[in-house]
Design a protein around this ligand. Structure first.
Ligand SMILES: Cc1cc2nc3c(=O)[nH]c(=O)nc-3n(C[C@H](O)[C@H](O)[C@H](O)COP(=O)(O)OP(=O)(O)OC[C@H]3O[C@@H](n4cnc5c(N)ncnc54)[C@H](O)[C@@H]3O)c2cc1C
Length: 418
């Protein structure tokens, strides 16, 4: 595989840049793989990459029913952070953030990771207290966080509404300076290229329709391109986790809902951080192309349809104008939706299942993009050693039976209300 570097760009000047190879192959499925990963989103591709790189397991197929980047990995609003309150979350998300910090170099692919900070706004004294608690917990775990006063927020992010007329005055905020954004589909493409380079077969246009089982083990994966033998099977299908689990005979505590996102026409740079509103579910950043990117809450009903409803549009626009009234002069360019895998405590499920050689990486709710590097890392380790990874012990599927829920404010709003 041709490396992406200055030398090869200069070399291309003499060949009209025709020497570049395809970033990944388009192989026919083999009869059998040691590991079959269902779902070619961020987590499936990262799992394949780390299986090959960290564990030397390369007889691996990633089966994607559509095209790479067509799922949530290419539909999200790209916030990457590790500003959680609880210990079960701290070390996993911080491990992910550390992997993000070296990801472009590791993949030899520019994922455009930009550490522009994530600022959570507080609109009451009680919210400032909660942020102080979360910030202190993060610091104790070695994660960066700064509690900002109103004046410090004004200095850091001058274009917000600080007027006396505003309905929700800004009291201060919690800033994680090392958090930021990345280019979503580059993450899928970078992991795909890295996995393919190490021998993994990435098979697009291949939908999984069922499993062949002997006793409590899966022996084959039925697909639209024939049945493929499998030593181990990983379910990395995010919003479709429940459907694939049902094919293996499992009912998992996940509901699928649609989440929408929005982007405006491009404007000159005026927001160089990610801002979350504290009095409604709304957050925004400015993309590198200049568009203002907005996100809000889920659509309130279960669905596998990738199109959203109007009340959420209205809510997001209302919040945007409350936080930054000058956005009222912008036109929205596009909005789109992705199917979210909501667990009842808002935390993911990674690890083993009651079916012997079947593993789950799902339940990411609103926040699985930032988790892609660590999700792939621990999933690969779990498959390689057939036991939970230390960083993901709190994310075990059986926590719902044991009552060991991981329910915290840092994950976003309240999934158990949906
Ligand atoms: C609008 C929106 C905004 C978001 N914002 C953020 C954010 O700012 N920060 C953050 O951290 N997270 C965010 N998320 C969440 C994040 O995008 C997801 O949690 C994460 O991408 C899910 O993991 P994935 O990339 O592996 O999923 P996906 O990319 O959805 O991958 C799953 C794949 O499985 C495939 N599949 C499904 N069924 C089958 C089958 N039967 N056979 C074969 N393949 C199948 C699908 O086609 C899909 O490609 C957001 C999500 C949305 C929709």
């Amino acid at each position: 595989m041709t490396q992406y570097n200055l030398f090869n760009v200069i070399r291309g000047a003499f060949t009209r840049q025709t020497h570049w190879e395809r970033a990944w192959r388009d192989p026919e499925p083999k009869k059998h793989y040691d590991v079959v990963i269902v779902g070619g989103g961020g987590h499936g591709l990262a799992t394949a990459f780390y299986l090959a790189k960290n564990h030397g397991i390369t007889n691996v197929a990633v089966l994607e029913r559509g095209y790479l980047g067509g799922g949530n990995v290419g539909r999200n609003t790209v916030t990457v952070r590790s500003n959680y309150l609880l210990e079960g979350n701290h070390h996993f998300y911080e491990h992910s953030l550390k992997l993000w910090e070296g990801l472009s170099r590791e993949l030899n692919y520019n994922v455009m990771f930009s550490q522009r900070g994530v600022l959570n706004l507080a609109h009451s004294d009680a919210q400032m207290d909660a942020f102080a608690r979360r910030g202190n917990a993060m610091r104790l775990a070695g994660i960066d966080s700064d509690l900002l006063s109103r004046e410090e927020v004004m200095k850091f992010c001058p274009d917000l509404d600080y007027s006396d007329e505003t309905r929700f005055p800004i009291y201060g905020g919690l800033l994680q300076p090392r958090a930021g954004t990345a280019r979503h589909d580059a993450v899928a493409w970078g992991y795909a290229r890295g996995a393919d380079m190490r021998g993994v077969d990435i098979i697009q246009g291949c939908e999984v329709t069922g499993f062949e089982k002997t006793g409590n083990r899966i022996t084959g994966v039925k697909t639209t391109r024939g049945t493929i033998g499998a030593g181990q099977v990983a379910n990395c299908t995010a919003g479709h986790t429940t459907q694939i689990a049902a094919m293996a005979g499992l009912r998992v505590p996940i509901e699928s809902h649609l989440l929408q996102a929005f982007v405006s026409e491009p404007v000159k740079p005026h927001l160089d951080t990610v801002v979350t509103f504290g009095a409604g579910h709304f957050y925004m950043n400015q993309s590198d192309k200049g568009g203002m990117v907005f996100g809000g809450d889920l659509d309130g009903y279960n669905s596998f349809a990738q199109r959203g409803n109007m009340p959420v549009v209205e809510h997001v626009v209302a919040c945007a104008l409350t936080v930054m009234p000058n956005l009222g002069r912008l036109r929205l360019l596009r909005h789109w939706g992705g199917i979210m895998d909501m667990t009842m405590d808002g935390s993911p499920i990674i690890g083993k299942t009651p079916v012997d050689n079947f593993y789950i990486n799902g339940g990411w709710c609103y926040g699985g993009f930032k988790a892609i590097p660590a999700g792939g890392w621990v999933m690969a380790d779990t498959i390689a050693h057939d036991r939970p990874h230390k960083l993901a012990e709190a994310f075990a599927l059986d926590r719902f039976e044991r009552g060991a829920l991981l329910d915290e404010g840092g994950k976003g709003p309240v999934p158990n209300l949906h």
